[in-house]
Design a binder for this molecule. Structure first.
Ligand code: UT7
Length: 326
């Protein structure tokens, strides 16, 4: 049976750190509030001229170097992002061009913070069907470009960065065991970026109404996230006949430490078995899971044969889980 196995990972975050102390000078907030309500200490901000495809390129280059393969061996490039360089073309096409990967088809996926796992679902299906053998999957975001720096409800949350994974077909026992993706558009208003699309095309009015920035009803989103993730992770374990004690590491989407702890506690997993980097990276949407995955893999927190559980929740609403045997 064909399976998708992660050959290598890579990640990249911009060098500029934006601390809570700096945010205190920008909006009516405090380090104490941000730490207590979110767990975030600082986030990274892309430099001027550093775009989503540039972040994706750095992460992908590391993943390719670590795998010891060249970009022309890639069959497909998928970039999960909600902050692409341009509406057209896909950021994956910019990435393909920069990597010099002429044999790869390239497209983007928009599933907000669940984007990387939605991309993993597509990757898994392509590989299992035999259609493609080697796929580069990236989550990359320059959220700072779409953050309303006058809105304290959102501007303290987001950060920029990218994470990449190269997956290839294997008939061995390791790899992606399951990926489950879900959506409920009923709740689209909880998290959106209203301007610039066909509903609110570019206009002075859209600009005046600050429609080109991300809007979030945080508290409502929070409550649905906690409820939904609880069921999601238990279902993922059950589907794989696994117990929480079989999971070496939980790698959650990095939105809020309280959401992460609630999910871990529901599973009975201690925080020492949970990957957390939102204190340093903030919420990087589709990039959060692959950055955390790369950090875990490159610091020895995942070993051969370990089971890891990935879970995400985001705008759409969307939510997703994956179980991977390393
Ligand atoms: O990544 C995709 C999915 N996103 C999520 O999962 C995020 C889910 N939501 C959250 O993480 C949390 O809801 C937030 C961190 C966004 C907010 O935390 P909260 O505990 O839900 O706070 P709240 O929105 O209920 O606001 C509580 C109070 C309000 O003041 P009043 O009305 O009680 O006077 C806010 O105005 O905190 C106020 N507030 C702030 N105060 C200081 C909101 N933002 C700030 C801020 N600094 N930055």
């Amino acid at each position: 049976m064909l399976r998708a196995r992660i050959l290598s990972t890579g990640s990249y975050v911009p060098s500029r750190r934006l601390t809570n102390a700096e945010l205190e000078k920008m909006v009516d907030t405090s380090d104490k509030w941000i730490m207590e309500r979110t767990g975030i200490k600082e986030r990274r901000i892309a430099a001027e001229g550093e775009n989503t495809s540039d972040l994706a390129y750095e992460a992908s280059k590391t993943a390719l170097d670590r795998a010891g393969i060249s970009a022309d061996s890639l069959d497909l490039i998928i970039v999960a992002t909600i902050t692409g360089d341009m509406p057209i073309p896909a950021t994956a096409c910019f990435l393909q061009h920069r990597l010099n990967a002429p044999n790869a088809a390239a497209f983007d996926i928009n599933a907000a913070c669940s984007g990387f796992l939605f991309g993993l679902s597509a990757t898994n299906a392509y590989i299992k069907s035999g259609m493609y053998k080697r796929i580069l999957l990236v989550g990359a975001e320059a959220l700072s470009r779409f953050t309303d720096w006058e809105d304290r409800n959102t501007c303290v949350l987001f950060g920029d960065g990218a994470g990449a994974a190269i997956l290839e077909a294997t008939d061995g026992p390791s790899g992606v065991m399951s990926v489950d993706i879900h959506s409920d558009g009923t709740y689209w208003e909880l998290l959106n970026l209203p301007g610039g699309g066909s509903k609110h095309p570019p206009s002075k009015e859209a600009e005046a109404n600050r429609m080109y920035y991300i809007k979030m009803k945080g508290n409502e989103t929070f409550k649905i996230a906690v409820r939904t993730l609880e069921k999601l992770v238990l279902d993922a374990l059950q589907k794989n006949n696994l117990d929480a004690s079989d999971i070496a590491l939980l790698i959650p989407h990095q939105a809020n430490l309280r959401i992460i702890s609630a999910t871990a506690s529901r599973l009975g997993i201690g925080m020492e078995r949970v990957m957390v980097n939102l204190d340093r990276c903030g919420n990087t949407s589709a990039a959060s899971i692959p950055i955390a995955l790369d950090e875990a893999a490159s610091t020895g927190r995942i070993k051969e044969d370990d089971y890891i559980l990935l879970e995400a929740f985001g705008g759409g609403l969307t939510w997703a889980s994956a179980v991977i045997r390393w």
